[in-house]
Structure formats: C-alpha cells, structure tokens
Design a protein around this ligand. Structure first.
Ligand code: ZN
Length: 353
C-alpha cells in the first residue's frame, strides 16, 4: 500500500504511468514542508524495487530496506546527507561534490534492486554549479534510473531543471483529512485532534510528529507566550528579542521562519476574530486570550503587522541582514489602541498568558 496520505490523484497518476510503462526519468515534487513529499518519493522507490506482485507491499526485504534508508540503490541527497562531521557551520547548499557522487552512482547498474532512485531533498538548495551539473544528467536519462527532486520553493530552482522533470504538486490536506489520519494512528482526544489538524496547516507529517512528541506543542506554547510578552514590552526588550532570534538564524534558518510563521498565525487569528470568523482560527487553545486581545487593536494595525511579518520572512529568504530585518519588524509591532472609556494605566495592567 502507498503510505502517503491524502494524495490520491498523484498516486493514481503514478500508478497509471507504471502500468503503461510510461514512467518519467525525473519528478519534481512540490509542496509545503511535511506534506508527504519524502513519503511519496520513498513509496515510488519501493514500487520500483518491490519483490511482491502488488507493489509497494511494505513487507519484502526491498521495501523494508528502503523504508529504513538502507537500500543500496536508493540514495537521499540533502543538506545533511554528506555527513561531514568536521563541519562547524550548518551546510547551506547542496554541493557540486554531492551531485558528482550522484552522477557517478547513476552510471553504475543497480546493485541489489531493479531501479536506482535518487531523491534530492530540498532541491532548491543546490548551488548553481550543482544544479547545472544535475541538469546534464537529467538531459541524458539513463535506463532504470529515476530522479525525484523535492522542493518547498520551486521558484529557487533553475527553470531548465524544472523543465526536465514531471512536476507533481502535493496540496495540503483538509482539516478533516488530518483529523481522520490522526484518528487512524490512535489520536482520539477530540480537542487534541482539532488543535493538531489546525496547527499542521494540512501537513500530516507535522501533525504526527506533534501528536507523539509533546515537546513540539510545549515549545509552541512557550514561543507564543514569549511573543505576547514582546508585544507588551518596550523597545529595548524587543531589540533584545530581535538579537536572540537573529543569533538563532545563523544556526537554523528554518527555526526562525517557524517563529515568524507562529507570529503570523497568531495575528491572522486576531484578524479572523476581528472579522467575526472565530471558527476559522488556528490557535484554538488560545481563543480566550485572542478574543481579549482583538479589542486592543484596530483591523488596520493587525493587517499592517501581518504585512510586516510577511515582508520580514521574504527578506530573510533573500539573505538580508537578520538582525536589521528583525529590529525593523519589532518597531512595526503596534501599540494597543486606547479603548473608549479606559485610561492608559488600566490598559497596560492587562496581563496575558
Ligand atoms: Zn515490497
């Protein structure tokens, strides 16, 4: 059985291609993080190498080896796959050397299976030289070799590489689909299911991780609490926060993007409440705080911060100076609007948490 969840259209398309013997030499799987791109890529590798009559069986030696990343003919290339322990800084590019190794391996016959499958996870991180090198291989397909490129941001890939691949887009699942998937994995508590389904934004991989690792949800609550403190803090404290987050950026860009996504979700929730669409909010466990807070800001203020958050995310993606970007963002956090009939002291005595 195909393990990927909620991508029936893509699975039936791949099935038909397999039946007709019309498999592409290269696929580009596009979709948000944790939506199921890697699961689908591994499933495809299993189908191509499975020893059973109805592949992927998930049980034969080949399927199991692929699932545990131990199959000699299925190779995953990513920012972390070259295992250089002497590296002091995190790798920011998939290097030419990594692609060279792939080219070399692609020219050798399958070692233990029927097909060689190369999965390039985070294909958008290939250096220009690496992408050009890969392009040469994609232009001269080798029999029994399939490339699967995974990306969350295809705009960063050279169009020449994209044009050599069959593009498959994995859309996020609906909240109901995620809840059903969680149910099938034994998560039955309705409130937890509802919260995880919303926080996952349609990406089952995230929902499953958070369902079985309380650390993720705790970390999220702490980050929201911290953001609420910062909203009420003076500029000095806000700048300290900016500096802290900027330091994190040098270690893990993804973590910082996640923090900004968390802010975005929260302020989008405020906008929904302001617009009377309470049912659509993501952070349902913070509903009471959100409702209270929505009264403190105008719709224009909320929209303006959402724009600033989106701009900051984009600037960080484009390698702007993180401290500068985050300091500008801190300055754009609105101050509470004075409510009619309330004095300033009363407003600032409201404590959130
Ligand atoms: Zn199998």
């Amino acid at each position: 059985m195909w393990q990927v969840i909620g991508q029936d259209k893509i699975v039936s398309l791949l099935r038909r291609s397999l039946e007709k013997g019309a498999l592409a030499h290269a696929y580009l799987l596009v979709g948000p993080p944790h939506v199921g791109k890697m699961t689908l890529a591994l499933n495809l590798a299993q189908v191509l190498n499975c020893e059973a009559n109805e592949p992927p069986c998930g049980e034969c030696a080949s399927c199991q080896k692929i699932a545990s990343n131990k199959h000699a003919d299925v190779q995953i290339v990513s920012l972390t796959s070259n295992g250089n322990s002497e590296r002091t800084k995190p790798q920011t590019e998939i290097s030419t050397e990594q692609v060279k190794d792939v080219q070399h391996a692609a020219n050798l016959p399958p070692f233990e299976g029927k097909y060689k499958v190369f999965i390039i996870d985070g294909a958008e991180f290939m250096s220009n030289e690496a992408a050009n090198r890969l392009l040469k291989t994609l232009e001269e397909p080798v029999d029994n070799v399939v490339f699967v490129l995974l990306t969350t941001n295809e705009e960063l890939l050279p169009p020449t590489v994209i044009s050599r691949c069959q593009r498959l887009e994995l859309p996020p699942l609906t909240t109901t689909e995620i809840e059903t998937a969680l149910n099938s994995r034994g998560v039955i508590e309705p409130q937890k299911k509802a919260l995880l389904a919303r926080l996952s934004h349609g990406c089952p991989g995230w929902a499953f991780s958070a369902a079985f690792d309380d650390g993720l949800l705790n970390q999220r609550s702490e980050q929201i609490d911290r953001s609420l403190d910062i909203i009420n803090a003076d500029n000095e404290e806000r700048f300290q926060y900016a500096a802290q987050v900027a330091t994190q950026f040098s270690k893990s860009r993804e973590t910082v993007q996640q923090i900004l996504d968390l802010w975005l979700d929260y302020w989008r929730d405020l906008m929904l409440i302001k617009a009377g669409c309470k049912d659509g909010i993501t952070n349902i466990d913070f509903e009471a705080t959100l409702v209270k807070m929505a009264g403190d800001y105008s719709l224009a203020q909320i929209k303006s911060l959402i724009n600033s958050l989106q701009a900051a995310k984009e600037q960080l993606r484009q390698n702007a100076n993180p401290q500068l970007v985050l300091e500008v963002l801190m300055l754009s956090i609105p101050r509470k609007e004075r409510r009619r009939g309330q004095n300033t002291t009363a407003q600032f005595s409201v404590k959130y948490g």
